[in-house]
Ligand binder design. Structure first.
Ligand code: GLC
Length: 420
């Protein structure tokens, strides 16, 4: 008894001493758009309230590159990084390296969409706290569509025709840099997102189904990839096969594309004073294809995970909780246009006025299709890598869609073995 009380007193003192020091908390995060300046703005109230500082460790914007680096750092027990900004797909693969946040964040999580909290839960462990969700849009130029008498396409076939028609007509008038459609064709996770949308909206399933069945080798998926294979070099630049989000946005935001597939962050940036498309674009849901009648948006999103190897557990937890809070998410929504994971912010008048895509996009992300990270568990990154490679080969003219999807099925079957 006496001994236990003694330990408690020591611990309490330790905790007090900790709050008295000013800690520096590091967060590794990809930087896309104006993430660096927005980070400073978002953490300012927390720094002021706690006396701690938050430092962004900037990472490449490709989620694939981040994942590779984080896996190495975590395997090495890196104590320099306290928090990691994690993609929605990573929880099952990195769960062991992060601290369970279900206790400290249990109450806070009640204000978030349950399905998103669920996506970050592995067994009983809350692996990361959601800070925003993501679902892509079809961005279109209202001025160009109107000028050429075209309507907003609802199918991929229609988009192909309209993009070609407007591109041809504009080039005939000397608008030589204009392209019909920009998207993410680089061989990385972003291509998995784009291609899942084509395949799913053609009725071709979701690569690996929620029950673990490998479904990708089917006639609708082949049809989808055959249509898309026509884009590079016609309505899209050849270079689209090296594009990630920021390259597509670069072409779009300088006024050189009729259509763009991108996430909501591009809405805020495209509406900025330095944007050539400010006031000249609209957003709608992605098209359907192959006679199928429902479109598909891949579910994205980002979270904050606390490293087991952090030597700053208390201050790091405090920052993670703050970043997931309604207050920080509102700042993020207003400044980055990211979709909150806090339910009540979809009723927020400031957000609705400043970033109308946010309330409009609530149903889109709630119905978005998840990548097969839950059923394929620790193998997801390899599954995705094999999928984007098969798609990238097809779009580069290296094998037909039918051949590449057949090979992919064999590869995935091998990888699955007797179960994921
Ligand atoms: C966005 C999404 C993320 C996805 C990535 C692909 O950042 O939020 O989930 O993996 O794009 O490039």
């Amino acid at each position: 008894m006496h001994h236990a009380r003694h330990i408690c007193a020591v611990l309490a003192l330790g905790a007090m001493a900790q709050t008295a020091t000013a800690d520096e908390v590091t967060l590794a995060s990809g930087i896309t758009g104006n993430a660096v300046e927005n980070f400073k703005l978002i953490v300012a109230p927390w720094e002021k309230a706690t006396g701690h500082t938050a430092t962004l460790v900037p990472m490449p914007s490709s989620t694939t590159d981040q994942f590779g680096q984080y896996r190495l750092w975590l395997a090495a027990g890196n104590a320099d990084i306290d928090l990691y900004q994690t993609d929605v797909i990573w929880a099952p693969q990195l769960a062991d390296q992060f601290v369970d946040l279900s206790e400290p964040a249990g109450e806070l999580m009640k204000s978030h969409f349950p399905s998103i909290v669920e996506s970050q839960t592995v067994g009983d462990k809350l692996v990361a706290l959601p800070i925003y969700t993501d679902a892509p849009a079809l961005y279109y130029r209202t001025d160009l569509l109107e000028k050429h008498g075209a309507s907003v396409p609802t199918t991929w076939e229609e988009l192909t025709k309209t993009a070609q028609m407007v591109q041809d007509a504009e080039r005939a008038e000397g608008n030589d840099d204009l392209w019909g459609f920009v998207w993410q064709g680089n061989a990385y996770e972003g291509l998995t997102c784009n291609a899942l949308e084509w395949v799913k909206s053609f009725g071709g399933g979701q690569i690996v189904e929620p029950n673990g069945d490998i479904s990708i080798n089917n006639a609708n998926a082949v049809k989808a990839l055959e249509l898309v294979s026509q884009w590079p070099g016609t309505i899209s630049p050849d270079g689209v096969l090296a594009y990630q989000e920021e390259e597509a946005r670069g072409v779009w935001q300088t006024g050189n594309a009729v259509f763009m597939r991108n996430w909501p962050y591009a809405y805020r940036l495209g509406s900025g004073d330095d944007s050539a498309v400010k006031g000249k674009f609209g957003v709608t849901t992605l098209p359907t294809g192959g006679g199928h009648d429902t479109s598909a948006a891949t579910l994205g999103g980002w979270n904050i995970a606390l490293s087991k190897y952090s030597e700053n557990q208390d201050a790091a937890l405090s920052l993670a909780m703050y970043l997931a809070s309604p207050e920080a998410q509102k700042l993020r929504a207003l400044n980055s246009g990211n979709l909150p994971t806090v339910v009540s912010l979809y009723e927020d008048a400031d957000i609705a006025r400043e970033v109308p895509i946010i309330p409009q996009w609530k149903d889109v992300f709630l119905q978005a299709v998840p990548r097969p990270s839950a059923p394929t568990k620790g193998a997801y990154n390899e599954v995705s890598n094999k999928f984007w490679s098969a798609v990238h080969n097809t779009l580069s003219g290296d094998g037909t869609a039918a051949e590449n999807l057949e090979l992919l099925e064999l590869d995935l079957t091998d990888l699955k073995g007797s179960g994921w």
